[in-house]
Ligand binder design. Structure first.
Ligand SMILES: C[S@@+](CC[C@H](N)C(=O)[O-])C[C@H]1O[C@@H](n2cnc3c(N)ncnc32)[C@H](O)[C@@H]1O
Length: 404
């Protein structure tokens, strides 16, 4: 047994002691003991707890790998997430006004990926245990919206009907206006009899839509999402902000970041989370890599009343960014995946846009891109940290850049 002192929390939420030794489920300031296995502490026991240590609110926390940080108080996590942003910016020589984090409440996640595996007698449905392929059942999950939990029952049935004993199936489930929108991968191939059987289950569990390995089995009710005045039907499994509250916080910040002009471009627009609400005030151009999402955005705009003109474009913005000469808008919104948007930001840096709202799910790539914009004369006015992945180490943010 060795005793170590935890110095800080790493980007994946593990406590880190000198070495470095990584100790999951620990907090800075704690003395813990256990067995050192390479760079990891195992069989950990807390000797001196941190004042920020709390009893985990969920009874599944010890076994389930869905949450990493339920042992830390809300205040600690709120400060830590802002600190992650501060440090990422500082590493690039940047400082700005860091607004206090807006955290989504418990039981608010409207989208989750469940795992399921057939057993000898029935099936197991839930989340993976920490760093393991064991599936843990989560009937009292404190993270998911209560309306998402019935997906487990449906998946329990689907798994017994249509997964092989060896394989695991995985279901991305999204709460829509019309109920559960479920997209399953990894099951038996879809043939005529299976299609008919699955369609019965769609009725039985009143699913809005069921998709099997990318093919729609049945749409019982249109699984729409509301973005401002528009109602959009996202393609199966499409990206959606994780909570309604998180989406509202990001949109609020984006709206605050834009103070002038008539027209804007939304880069990495998804199904229109920002494009469509902004179209109430501005002419918008939405650019997104996934063609089906672009079509959903466009159809949503065409059905909506009272919005300004919206155009769309399916385009790979990593390989083929919009060049600065074509960025003839008053502002840009940009919300790239975790890798950030190196190529597109190089073009934004050369543009004459007056304001940029940059939304990010990775403070490190955000800070790298922010440094490029700053160097090119865009002042980073503020950053709003948003926590819609409660009790995890994910950090999201929205920010405002303004041409100096
Ligand atoms: C973080 S999501 C944001 C989507 C949207 N702004 C929202 O809030 O719902 C990033 C989006 O970038 C898209 N994307 C990923 N790689 C891309 C690429 N190389 N070019 C264009 N879009 C891409 C994804 O399909 C996804 O919709």
């Amino acid at each position: 047994m060795s005793q170590i002192d935890i110095q800080r929390l790493g980007l994946h939420g593990d406590g880190i002691a000198d070495g470095p030794i990584y100790a999951p489920l620990t907090l800075p300031g704690e003395t813990v003991e256990g067995e050192i296995d390479g760079t990891r502490l195992t069989n950990m026991r807390v000797v001196t707890p941190s004042e920020h240590r709390v009893k985990a609110p969920c009874r599944h926390f010890k076994s389930c790998g869905g949450c990493q940080l339920q042992h830390a108080s809300d205040d600690f996590l709120a400060d830590w997430k802002v600190e992650v942003v501060r440090q990422a910016l500082a590493a690039q020589g940047l400082e700005t006004d860091l607004r206090p984090v807006v955290t989504s409440p418990p039981k608010s996640r409207r989208r989750a990926v469940f795992s399921a595996r057939r057993t000898k007698k029935a099936a197991l449905v839930g989340f993976h245990a920490r760093a393991s392929d064991v599936i843990v059942e989560i009937p009292d999950c404190q993270l998911l919206h209560p309306d998402l939990l019935p997906a487990r029952e449906a998946l329990f049935q689907l798994c017994q009907i249509a997964s092989s004993r060896k394989g695991e199936i995985s279901a991305t489930v999204t709460l829509s206006d019309a109920g559960l929108d479920m997209s399953v991968v990894g099951g038996k191939p879809l043939d005529g009899p299976l299609l008919a059987r699955l369609a019965q289950e769609v009725e039985r569990f009143k699913l809005a839509r069921l998709t099997w390995d990318g093919e729609v089995v049945a749409t019982r009710a249109v699984p729409a999402q509301r973005f401002g005045a528009a109602s959009v039907v996202p393609p199966p499994g499409a990206f959606l902000q994780a909570t309604k509250e998180g989406e509202a916080a990001l949109l609020h910040a984006v709206k605050q970041a834009i103070t002038q002009g008539d027209s804007g471009i939304d880069l990495f627009a998804g199904c229109g989370t920002f494009t469509l609400p902004l179209a109430k005030t501005y002419r918008m151009h939405g650019v997104e890599g996934e063609g089906a999402m672009v079509e959903a955005l466009d159809a949503g705009w065409r059905r909506a009343q009272g919005l300004k003109h919206v155009t769309v474009e399916a385009r790979d913005l990593f390989r083929n960014p919009i060049v600065s000469e074509d960025l003839k808008y008053d502002f840009a919104v940009i919300d790239p995946p975790r890798a950030g948007a190196e190529a597109q930001v190089a073009e934004l840096a050369k543009s004459n846009l007056s304001e940029i709202a940059y939304v990010s799910c990775n403070p490190v790539t955000f800070a790298r891109d922010a440094a490029v914009l700053n160097q090119a004369g865009y002042h980073l006015d503020w950053v709003q940290t948003v926590d819609q992945f409660r009790w995890s180490s994910h950090v999201e943010l929205a920010s405002r850049f303004v041409r100096k």
